[in-house]
Design a protein around this ligand. Structure first.
Ligand SMILES: CC(C)=CC(=O)SCCNC(=O)CCNC(=O)[C@H](O)C(C)(C)COP(=O)(O)OP(=O)(O)OC[C@H]1O[C@@H](n2cnc3c(N)ncnc32)[C@H](O)[C@@H]1OP(=O)(O)O
Length: 258
C-alpha cells in the first residue's frame, strides 16, 4: 500500500478506510490531501477485492473545509486555469460505495466531501455547514448542488446564504445524514455498514449505486427505464443465480462477485 503524508489507509477483509490526518489544521483539505484522497480511493476502486470504502477524520473534525490559508493568495486566473477542485470529480466517479463517518466539524469542503459519499453516518457531535459565504466566496466542491438535492432548496439556501452550522440531529431530520450514532461507536458502526455492503455481490452493488445516482441526472421516465434495463442485466450474473438459489435452499448466498 502506498504511504501518504495527509491520510492513513487501512484494510480490513473486503473493506478499506481512508482517514484524513492533518490534525493541526482540523483536516483542512489542501491540494496535497485532495490528491492523496483521490489517488487512494481510485486505487482501491480498481481493486476488486475491496467492496466498500469508509472515509473518516478525527473525533474533533471530519474536515473544517478547503484550506483557507492555501487559497488566500490565489488569483482568479490561478483558480480557473488549474480548474481548482476538479480532482474531486474523480472521487465522485468511484464505483465502490463510499461511506462518510463524520465526527466534529464537517464544514465547507468537509461537508461537500461527506456529500460526495454514498452513505453519511454522523456522530452525535458532528456539525455541518457551508460557511463559504462568510469568506466572501461560495461552495466549490458541489455544495450548492448536492446539498440542495439532499435537503431541498429552502434549507440549502438557509445554510449557504447565512453560513450557519447545524447539529447532527438537525442534519438527520433534514435528510443530509443516513443515521446518527454516539461518537464512541461511530467507526464501529461505519465498519459494520461497510462489511455488510462488501458481503454483497460487487457487480450488483455497482449497479445499485449507479441506478440511484442516475436519479439525480435524468427524468423519472428515463431513470426508471435505466433501472429496469440494469435490473435485467443482473440476470447475467453468476451472483444472481447464487442469490436466488441460496434463498430457495434456505442458506446464506456465497457470492463470487461475478
Ligand atoms: C471556499 C470553498 C469552496 C470551500 C471551503 O471549504 S472554505 C472553508 C470553509 N470552512 C470554514 O470557514 C471553517 C474555518 N474554520 C473555523 O471556523 C474554525 O477553525 C472552527 C470553527 C472549525 C474550529 O475553531 P477552533 O477555535 O476550535 O479551532 P481553530 O483554532 O480555529 O483551528 C485549529 C487550526 O486549524 C486551522 N484551520 C481550521 N480550519 C481551517 C481551514 N478551513 N483552512 C485552513 N486552516 C484551518 C486553524 O487556522 C488553526 O490553525 P492555526 O492555529 O495554525 O492557525
Amino acid at each position: 500500500m502506498t504511504s501518504y503524508e495527509n491520510i492513513i489507509v487501512t484494510r480490513d477483509r473486503r473493506t478499506a478506510t481512508i482517514t484524513l490526518n492533518r490534525p493541526k489544521a482540523l483536516n483542512a483539505l489542501n491540494e496535497a490531501l485532495m490528491v492523496e484522497v483521490v489517488e487512494a480511493a481510485t486505487t482501491l476502486d480498481a481493486d476488486r477485492s475491496v467492496g466498500a470504502i469508509v472515509i473518516t477524520g478525527s473525533e474533533r473534525a471530519f474536515a473544517a473545509g478547503a484550506d483557507i490559508k492555501e487559497m488566500a493568495a490565489q488569483s482568479y486566473q490561478d483558480m480557473y486555469l488549474s480548474d481548482w477542485f476538479t480532482a474531486w470529480d474523480r472521487l465522485a466517479a468511484v464505483r465502490t460505495p463510499l461511506i462518510a463517518a463524520v465526527s466534529g466539524y464537517a464544514l465547507g469542503g468537509g461537508c461537500e466531501l461527506a456529500m460526495i459519499c454514498d452513505i453519511l453516518i454522523a456522530s452525535d457531535t458532528a456539525k455541518f455547514g457551508q460557511p463559504e459565504i462568510t469568506l466572501g466566496v461560495i461552495p466549490g466542491i458541489g455544495g450548492s448542488q448536492r446539498l440542495t438535492r439532499a435537503i431541498g432548496k429552502a434549507k440549502a439556501m438557509d445554510l449557504i446564504l447565512t453560513g450557519r452550522t447545524i447539529s447532527a440531529d438537525e442534519a438527520e431530520r433534514a435528510g443530509l445524514v443516513s443515521r446518527v450514532v454516539p461518537a464512541a461507536s461511530l467507526l464501529a458502526e461505519a465498519a459494520e455498514v461497510a462489511h455488510k455492503i462488501a458481503e454483497m455481490s460487487l457487480p450488483a452493488v455497482y449497479a445499485a449505486k449507479e441506478a440511484v445516482n442516475r436519479s439525480f441526472e435524468s427524468t423519472l421516465t428515463e431513470g426508471i427505464l435505466f433501472e429496469r434495463r440494469t435490473f435485467h442485466a443482473t440476470f447475467a450474473l453468476d451472483d444472481r443465480t447464487e442469490g436466488m438459489t441460496a434463498f430457495t435452499e434456505k442458506r446464506p448466498p456465497k457470492f463470487t462477485h461475478h
